[in-house]
Structures are given as C-alpha cells and as structure tokens.
Design a protein around this ligand. Structure first.
Ligand code: KIV
Length: 260
C-alpha cells in the first residue's frame, strides 16, 4: 500500500509544484474533490456551516468530524495511492483543554478515520505545546494562522495582519509552527505581501485562502467555490452560482411533474 504522507508535501514546494486543497463534508463532495485531482481534501470544520446549518464552526463536535471524515473517504474511488491526502480539522475545544486531551482526541481521528493528519488553528503558547506533543506522538499537524474562525468571538472574521504588530506576530508564529514540525500552514485572510514574506522564509508549504497568489498552494471551501454557501466570503468568487442554478432546475422539475 502506497499512500502519500503529509511530509511529502515538502517536495511540492521544493519542486515549485503548486498544492491545491479543497474541503469536503460528505461522500458526494469527497468524490467531486477527488475527481478534480485536488492534492489535499480537507474535512474542515466549516462543514458546521456548509452542511449542518450552524452560524459558526464552534458547535461542531469530535464525533461530527469523525462521522463526516468517514463519509468523505467513502466517496473516494481511486486506488489508494491515487487518492488525495485526507486531513481533518480538530474542532473547537478538542485541543484547547490541554495536551493529554488533545492527544486523545487527535488519536481518535487518526484511529477512526482514514485522515493522515489534523489541522489546528492558532499558535498561542498552549497551542504550541499541543502541536509539539501531537507531532512527537506520531500525529502530523497542519497549522492554521491569520484569520482563525474558531476565535471569531475575540477577533471577528476580519482580515488579520493589517498593522505592523499583527504582521510581526503572524510571521513569528509561522516560523514557530515550522520549528515545531507542522507539515504545512494554512494562511487565512491576510495581506498578500505578508503571505509572500512567510512563503519565502519557510521551508514547509504555505497554503493560502484569502492570502493572495504567492503561497505554495491554495485551499478553498468547495461549497463557496460552487456558489452553494449562504454567506460567500469576500475572498472566494464562486465558479458557478450553484444554489440558484440547482434550485431553479429542481423547481422546474417539480412544476413539470405536477402537470403530468
Ligand atoms: O474549515 C475549513 O474549511 C478551513 C479552511 C477554510 C481552510 O479551515
């Protein structure tokens, strides 16, 4: 069995090969993401809004994430060595309450799904300890800094890194996450110039969303790309107006069926 390991993403950066990541939340979106040839499929906690109808990512649980990650991998049909790298978000309160709990919960994700790594938001000192412990325990970690939606009650959903203090903190945290051993870092909603600086300083890949064009890769919430989300983020232009298109088609079908 040959599966791509998270650490192999390093080679993409070395070879200047762009990394593309898409989110998925069920077997249909998993299948679409695999068909698109995305390198990474992220079961992001954005699925709380995208498919569970919540207004933020905070209510989603570990069991929810495991359930959806398994649905996503059931949607993959390629031979194992041709499947995207599957990464699962650690939801709110599964890594903020200490290292032991974080190891237990991340371990549950790895034991009960086909995910090959977890993504964790932030780089506060407590989070750094958790990341370091998880990596030492054999669980690959993808970092996530800039706008971190699990902290929206403190920082809102606005662009981060807009002043020199915030820029310096994000740059410093990116370097710390690399030193801790993260295999890649998501940079969300920060100025392009800052993302460019981070990309240059780090050896591990940076994967941007709302962070301009100079990251080593891009990640998008697939529902935003397909125009299915209720609230479109300012940095993701849909490639189709999925919700209205599909809604109209269904309405037409229902109307026609009624008349038969
Ligand atoms: O939850 C999610 O979908 C994410 C992406 C925005 C990177 O974290």
């Amino acid at each position: 069995m040959v599966v791509m390991l998270p650490s192999e993403l390093f080679k993409y950066k070395k070879n200047s090969q762009k990394i593309i990541a898409l989110t998925a939340w069920d077997s249909i979106s998993g299948s679409l993401a695999e068909q698109s040839k995305a390198d990474i499929v992220l079961v992001g906690d954005s699925l709380a809004m995208v498919c569970m109808g919540y207004k933020s990512t905070l209510p989603i649980t570990l069991d929810n994430m495991i359930y959806h990650t398994n649905a996503v991998s059931r949607g993959f049909s390629n031979p194992i060595n041709d499947q995207p790298l599957l990464i699962c978000d650690m939801p709110f309160l599964t890594y903020q309450c200490g290292e032991d709990k974080a190891v237990e919960y991340a371990g549950k994700i790895i034991q009960n799904t086909y995910a090959k790594g977890v993504k964790i938001e932030g780089a506060e000192p407590e989070i750094q300890n958790v990341i370091s412990r998880l990596i030492r325990m054999g669980i690959p970690v993808m970092g996530h800094i800039g706008l971190t939606p699990q902290s929206y009650l403190n920082i809102g959903l606005k662009k981060q890194g807009q002043n020199s203090e915030s820029r310096a903190k994000i740059l410093r945290n990116a370097c710390i996450l690399e030193k801790l051993g993260c295999f890649a870092i998501v940079l969300e909603h920060i100025p392009e110039s800052l993302a460019k600086e981070i990309q240059k300083q780090l050896e591990i890949p940076t994967i941007g969303i709302g962070a301009g064009n100079f990251c080593d890769g891009q990640v998008r919430v697939t529902a935003d790309l397909l125009g299915l989300s209720d609230e479109q983020p300012p940095f993701c232009k849909p490639i189709i107006e999925g919700k209205s298109l599909l809604g109209e088609k269904l309405k037409k079908w229902v109307t026609t069926e009624r008349l038969k």
